[in-house]
Design a protein around this ligand. Structure first.
Ligand code: WT7
Length: 652
C-alpha cells in the first residue's frame, strides 16, 4: 500500500498546507477517498464553534477496523501487525499477523455479543500492555461499542468515577500485569471499584499473572473460557458493524482545571483519517517499516499512534509491556535492536531518565535500523533533544517534536521527518488542515501569529517573535466533539474563552520563521512525566485525608518529570501535635487518584496566601515552589502577608 497523500518535499508541504486552508473540504475529501467506506459521505463538513457542533463526512458509513485490518488482508495478511514484547525479556514475544489479529478481533466481537453487548454500549477497558488490550479496543470498534480505556495506574476510585460517568455495562481487565519488577493487581482494583458502581453486569478477565483473584459468580468470567465457547460455536459473522461517520468511537478521560476529569469524545471517520494522515506524514512511514511507540494504550498516544493510526496505515506496531529502565536502562535499545525498529516515538521524560544512566546501556546495541525519532507529551528541553539526536539517532535521524492533545486526537504541530526542518524545543509548523493562531489576553489574534494568514514559514511570516495563548481557528477531522454527558462543559472549556476558536490551554510563541514553540499550560493543569494532572484534582484528593483542613497544589520544574507536584497542606490542630507523617497524605492521593498523581513534595503550613475575597494566590506559591523567592511580586493585597514568610522559611 502506498499513500497518495504522503508529502514528499517541503514545497509540497507548503502547497498542501495552502490547499488545506483555501479548500478544506476538497483537501480532506481527497484524502478520505483512499480509505475503505461502506458508503461515502453526503457532506464533507458542517460546523460552528459556538455550540460547538462539528460533523465530518456526514452520511458516510464505515468501520475503522475494516481500515485497520480487512483492507490489509489481501496483500499483507501474513505481515506482522503487532509485535508484542513482554515486560520480561526472557518471555517469548508474540507476533500477530494482520490475518491473525483480524481473526482474534472477530472472535472477541463474538465474546462481547455473547455477553449481551450492543452497539453504543460503553465498555471500560483496564488492562496491561498485552495484545489483548488492542484486541479488546478493536473488537469494541468493530461491533460499535464505545470503549473507555482507563490507564492501569489509576486507583479504584478513579475507575469507579469513570465507569459511573459513562455508565459502562461491562469491564475488560486482567488478573494483573507486570511493570518492571512490580506486579500490578488489576482485578483487585476493579473489585474495589465495582463496590461503588451500579452499572457493570459483566467483567471479562484475562489471565496474565496467574495470581490468586476472586471471581464473583455471575459477574466475572474468564477471557479464555469465553474464547473456548466461541470456538465451539464457530465465528458466526465476520462483518464489521456499519458505523455512521459521527458515531462515537471512544471516550477517553483527561484532567482539566476542575476537580473532575472529563470524558473526551471522538467519533469514527474524522478520527481515522486524521490519525492515519498524520502518522504517515509526520513519521514519513514507508511500507514495511517497523514502528515502536512506547506509550501505554491508556493514553491518547496509545490509542492514536500505537493502535489505530499505524494499523490503518498497515504498519507493524511494536507493543511493549514494560518500562524503559527494567531489567536495565538498555531496554528500549534492546527492543530497537531485536526488531530492527525504524521509527521510535517516545516521551521527553523517558529520554531524560535514560540520560541519567549514561552511555553504558547503549553500548553494543545496534541502532542502525532507526530512521526517524519522535517525541510527545511535553516540551523537550534542548539537552534531551541533543542527547537523543547524538546517541540514539547518531545525527542521521530527523527528530519530530509532536504537539497535540487528548482533545485533538492527532498530531497538530510538528515537523515532518526529513521534509521540514526540526528545531530543538520547537514543535515547529502546523500540519495541513491545522490553523493555529496566538491570542492575547483580550482575545485578539496577535499580528504575525496566524499560520494560514501570515504564512507558514519565513517567506510569509512577519519576521518577529510573537507570544500568546494557542488557539485553533478551524476544525480538523479529529477535533473533540463533546465531553461525554455534558456538552456545556465542552463549550465552556474549549470554545467559550475566545469566540470562534478552539482554545488549547497552552501558551506558545512563534519565531520569525513561523515555528511554534509550546511553552506549557496556562491553566491549572500540570504536565508530570507527559501526563496531565489537574491541581484541583490533587487538592480534592489531599483534602479527603481526615487530618487535612486545606491544601494548594502547584507545579515546579523537575529534572526528569518535567514538572513535579508540590503540595502546601494545612493540618487540623490535633494532627499537628501528633506529628502526622507526610507519607500518609501522599498515600491518600495514591488511593484516590493513583500513584501518578502522588505529590513529590509536601510542605505543612499554617496558612495559605489568600486575597480578601478568599482566593488562593497560586502565583505566589508557584514562585516559592520554583525557588524564585525574590520574584513574588506584590503581596500587600493578601489578608495575611506574614504567612508568605513562614511558607518561604519552610520550603522544601
Ligand atoms: C498537553 C496535552 C499529546 C499526547 C500526550 C499528552 C503538552 C504535548 C507537547 C509537545 C510541548 C506538549 C501540552 C498539551 N504537550 N505534546 N510536543 N511540546 N507540549 O496528551 O495528556 O492530552 O496532554 O501536553 O501542554 O496541552 P495530553
Amino acid at each position: 500500500m502506498s499513500f497518495p497523500y504522503q508529502i514528499h518535499s517541503f514545497e509540497e508541504y507548503l502547497s498542501e498546507y495552502k490547499k488545506s486552508i483555501d479548500q478544506p473540504e476538497n483537501f480532506w475529501s481527497g484524502i478520505a477517498e483512499h480509505f475503505t467506506w461502506k458508503k461515502k459521505w453526503d457532506k464533507v463538513l458542517e460546523w460552528n464553534f459556538k455550540e460547538p457542533r462539528v460533523r465530518w463526512f456526514q452520511g458516510a458509513k464505515m468501520n475503522i477496523t475494516e481500515n485497520c485490518l480487512d483492507r490489509h488482508l489481501a496483500d499483507k495478511g501474513d505481515h506482522p501487525a503487532i509485535i508484542w514484547e513482554s515486560n520480561d525479556p526472557k518471555e517469548k514475544n508474540r507476533i500477530l499477523s494482520f490475518k491473525e489479529l483480524h481473526e482474534e478481533v472477530c472472535r472477541f466481537v463474538q465474546v462481547l455479543k455473547n455477553n449481551s453487548v450492543k452497539k453504543g454500549d460503553r465498555i471500560c477497558i483496564y488492562m496491561p500492555m498485552v495484545p489483548e488490550a488492542a484486541i479488546a479496543v478493536l473488537a469494541c470498534a468493530r461491533m460499535g461499542a464505545i470503549h473507555s480505556v482507563v490507564f492501569g495506574g489509576y486507583s479504584a476510585q478513579s475507575i469507579a468515577d469513570r465507569i459511573n460517568d459513562a455508565q459502562c455495562s461491562l469491564v475488560i481487565t486482567a488478573d494483573g500485569g507486570h511493570r518492571g519488577s512490580k506486579d500490578i493487581l488489576l482485578k483487585d482494583t476493579i473489585d474495589e471499584a465495582l463496590q461503588n458502581t451500579g452499572h457493570v453486569k459483566k467483567v471479562i478477565v484475562l489471565k496474565r499473572l496467574g495470581n490468586e483473584i476472586s471471581m464473583k459468580e455471575g459477574r466475572d468470567i474468564w477471557w479464555h473460557d469465553e474464547i473456548k465457547k466461541v470456538d465451539a460455536q464457530g465465528i458466526k459473522d465476520r462483518t464489521a458493524e456499519s458505523m455512521d461517520a459521527e458515531d462515537i468511537l471512544f471516550i477517553l478521560y483527561t484532567s482539566g482545571s476542575t476537580g473532575k476529569p472529563k470524558g473526551v469524545v471522538h467519533t469514527n471517520a474524522g478520527y481515522m483519517i486524521f490519525t492515519t494522515y498524520s502518522f504517515v506524514n509526520v513519521f514519513q512511514y514507508q511500507p514495511g517499516q517497523v514502528y515502536f511507540c512506547t506509550a501505554d494504550i491508556g493514553w491518547i498516544t496509545g490509542h492514536s499512534y500505537t493502535v489505530y493510526g499505524p494499523l490503518c496505515a498497515g504498519a507493524t506496531t511494536v507493543m511493549f509491556e514494560g518500562i524503559p529502565s527494567w531489567p536495565d536502562a538498555g531496554r528500549f535499545w534492546d527492543i530497537v535492536d531485536k526488531y530492527k525498529v525504524n521509527i521510535l516515538y517516545t516521551a521527553p521524560t523517558a529520554i531524560r531518565s535514560l540520560m541519567g544512566y549514561g552511555l553504558e546501556p547503549l553500548k553494543n546495541k545496534d541502532l542502525s535500523s532507526l530512521k526517524v525519532l519522535g517525541t510527545v507529551g511535553e516540551p523537550i528541553n534542548e539537552e534531551a533533544w541533543h542527547w537523543y539526536d547524538e546517541h540514539v539517532g547518531k545525527h542521521k535521524c530527523p527528530i519530530v517534536d509532536t504537539w497535540w492533545q487528548t482533545e485533538t486526537a492527532g498530531i497538530m504541530i510538528s515537523n515532518l521527518a526529513g521534509i521540514s526542518q526540526g528545531k530543538p524545543a520547537f514543535a515547529t509548523l502546523p500540519l495541513p488542515g491545522v490553523r493555529p493562531v496566538l491570542v492575547d489576553e483580550n482575545g485578539h489574534a496577535v499580528p504575525g501569529s496566524d499560520a494560514a494568514k501570515d504564512g507558514v514559514f519565513h517567506k510569509g511570516a512577519t519576521g518577529a517573535t510573537v507570544t500568546g495563548n494557542l488557539c485553533i481557528r478551524f476544525p480538523w477531522p479529529s477535533i473533540i466533539r463533546t465531553t461525554y454527558g455534558d456538552h456545556e462543559r465542552c463549550r465552556l472549556n474549549y470554545f467559550a474563552t475566545y469566540p470562534d476558536m478552539y482554545f488549547t490551554g497552552d501558551g506558545a510563541f512563534r519565531d520569525a520563521e513561523g515555528n511554534y514553540r509550546i511553552t506549557g499550560r496556562v491553566d491549572d493543569v500540570l504536565n508530570v512525566s507527559g501526563h496531565r494532572i489537574g491541581t484541583a484534582e490533587v487538592e480534592n484528593a489531599i483534602n479527603m485525608h481526615p487530618d487535612v483542613v486545606e491544601s494548594a497544589v502547584v507545579g515546579y520544574p523537575h529534572d526528569i518529570k518535567g514538572q513535579g507536584i508540590y503540595a502546601f497542606v494545612i493540618l487540623g490542630s490535633e494532627s499537628k501535635e501528633n506529628n502526622l507523617d507526610k507519607s500518609s497524605v501522599a498515600a491518600t492521593v495514591t488511593k484516590i487518584i493513583g500513584s501518578i498523581a502522588k505529590p513529590d513534595k509536601i510542605q505543612f503550613v499554617t496558612g495559605l496566601p489568600k486575597t480578601r475575597s478568599g482566593k488562593i494566590m497560586r502565583r505566589i506559591l508557584r514562585k516559592i515552589a520554583e525557588g524564585e523567592m525574590d520574584k513574588l511580586g506584590d503581596i500587600s493585597t493578601l489578608t495575611d502577608p506574614a504567612v508568605v514568610e513562614e511558607i518561604k522559611m519552610g520550603k522544601i
